[in-house]
Design a protein around this ligand. Structure first.
Ligand code: CA
Length: 240
């Protein structure tokens, strides 16, 4: 199996070097870019150092960048193909705003962060992508049922969601949160349980991240399908 490739986009040289060194120590191939336009061209293989035909597996992306910012980079990368994005933000509040905008990043890390945490998040995102890769056996995937819940139609194999017949576009994280809630409708799930199910580890990472993604998911699903139980967590409310 090829070594996995990471595109690191960060304009602060100290942070960029520290992140790249640590990821290389973890056996990743790392390309570093310091502004929006060169990040996009590295991704589209115009200026990449790596042999052609070996795409990036994941992108670690700073928000504030010269040229155009991380939001625009994220949009342009996803216009080429889906790739997991770990966004580096300056403040927790910024994360809330980004999630609200539906930028499409899969996870957020607030500066300053530890290199250990960064590596943990990168591995979690890569594992999630591997888990989500469709089964190559068509008989197996077509056998997967579509979940029908009170006007909500969820197809895990196609990763599609419809609300009252209209398709809604969710980020990977929002989709997995919805799956987590829909697996036990009307049951209150704690933020820690959701962190463990969606982000793959418990007691690590911020429950604020769950809140932000739930907010975005609730907005996209409309109505009052996701109920907040203050101090506890969330439940997907569906009619019996
Ligand atoms: Ca920056």
């Amino acid at each position: 199996m090829n070594r996995r490739r990471v595109l690191v986009v960060e304009d602060e040289p100290m942070i960029a070097a520290a992140v790249a060194d640590r990821l290389r120590a973890e056996s990743f191939d790392v390309d570093v870019r310091a502004d929006g336009p060169s990040a996009v061209s590295a991704f589209t293989d115009e200026t990449s150092d790596a042999p052609p035909g070996q795409p990036f597996d994941i992108v670690v992306l700073d928000v504030m960048l010269p040229g155009f910012d991380g939001l625009e980079v994220c949009r342009r990368l996803h216009a080429v193909r889906p790739v997991p994005v770990l966004m580096l933000t300056a403040r927790d509040a910024e994360t809330d705003i980004l999630v609200g905008l539906g930028v499409g990043a899969d996870d957020y890390l607030t500066k300053p962060f530890s290199m250990r945490e960064l590596v943990a998040r990168v591995h979690v995102l890569l594992r999630r992508v591997e888990r989500a890769t469709p089964d190559p056996d068509p008989a197996a995937s077509s056998a997967e049922p579509v979940l029908l819940l009170d006007g909500l139609e969820i197809s895990p194999s196609e990763r599609r969601v419809r609300v009252e017949g209209a398709e809604v576009h969710l980020t990977r994280t929002e989709f997995e949160l919805l799956i987590c809630l829909a697996a036990r409708p009307r049951t209150v799930l704690g933020r820690d349980q959701q962190l463990a199910a969606v982000w793959g580890w418990a007691g690590h990472g911020s429950t604020r991240t769950v809140d932000s993604h739930v907010k975005a998911l609730r907005r996209k699903l409309g109505g009052d399908r996701i109920r907040t139980v203050h101090g506890v967590g969330y439940a997907l409310d569906v009619a019996r």
